[in-house]
Design a protein around this ligand. Structure first.
Ligand code: 5RP
Length: 286
């Protein structure tokens, strides 16, 4: 799948993607870079501890890597968020610049870097140039780049195949090694029209855990290599349980029913998230 890459880039890619099946279970915990202490991920060190054994890679911001992840730990890959510059208090969140340089990412032993693009948004141009700049920098270090097709607030209804095909293809044309985008009706077309592998985001919490399993299953059936999912894992009552169910679909070829059985059997007290703070609808709707 990742042919024609240099040794260094191939090696880093396979810190993110499981070499046994070329699939990827990435846990996104980078939300704090614009959402602050997001519900379910208020204490990243503790909140990821029980989850890290089930994943291939983490997607996270540089400060959370250095403050919350033990440097002795090298069992998963990490993809560092490299764009930012705003917060949910802004009108929209597309006014982004690079907040991390490739050289710094390599100093942190990153397996890759993630750059968001906001196609069709007010700051589209600037975010595409961010992607281009990072791809040029990263090439010097054989550092993989994950292109993230973000939608922000104004474009949040754009999660349909025409738009997602456009944004994913643009990210690939610029040279992203993997594209992260949203699942949609007719997703197979998005995958087919994107020449590099795709992972899907989860988005805000879905209504039921079965919806999460179905989204994962359908995305894989349509050709995605995996997920890069956050809130639908760690905002769930039993994060380690739903993660194992998602993993069974991605790496174990499980059906939705088989994954649901795993979810049920793992939904035990030891996997239960113990909320530290009260959360209202306003904390989970974003
Ligand atoms: C936004 C992002 C997020 O920061 C995050 O990684 C998304 O994860 P999820 O939507 O599954 O909570 O990439 O574009």
């Amino acid at each position: 799948m990742f042919e024609n890459m240099s040794w260094g880039k191939t090696n880093r890619i396979y810190q993110i993607v499981n070499q046994r099946d070329d699939r990827c279970l990435m846990l996104a915990i980078d939300h704090g870079y614009f959402m602050g202490p997001t519900h379910g991920m208020e204490t990243p060190r503790q909140d990821t501890l029980k989850l890290i054994t089930h994943i291939d890679a983490l997607m996270l911001s540089p400060g959370i890597l250095t403050s919350c992840i033990d440097p002795h730990w090298r069992s998963v890959g990490w993809v560092l968020r490299a764009t930012g510059g705003n917060s949910i208090l802004d009108e929209d969140i597309d006014n982004e610049s690079l907040i991390l340089q490739a050289e710094e990412a390599v100093r942190m032993n990153a397996s890759g870097v993630a750059v968001s693009i906001y196609v069709g948004a007010e700051h589209q141009h600037q975010t595409l140039i961010n992607l281009s700049n990072m791809i040029n920098q990263a090439a010097k270090f054989d550092l993989p780049v994950l292109g993230v097709t973000a939608v922000g607030k104004r474009l949040s209804d754009k999660r349909e195949k025409r738009y997602l095909s456009l944004a994913s293809r643009i990210a690939a044309e610029y040279g992203a090694d993997i594209v992260k985008t949203y699942y949609c009706e007719g997703f197979e077309e998005v995958v087919t029209k994107c020449p590099v592998p795709i992972v899907v985001a989860g988005g805000a919490r879905l209504n039921t855990p079965r919806d999460v399993l179905e989204l994962t299953y359908n995305a894989i059936q349509c050709g995605a290599i995996g997920v890069d999912m956050g809130r639908n894992i760690w905002q769930y009552e039993y994060p380690a349980a739903i993660l194992q169910a998602v993993k069974a679909i991605i790496h174990g070829k499980a059906s939705v029913k088989e994954a649901a059985d795993i979810l049920e059997s793992q939904s035990v007290a030891s996997n239960c998230r113990k909320p530290l703070f009260e959360a209202g609808d306003e904390n989970i709707k974003d």
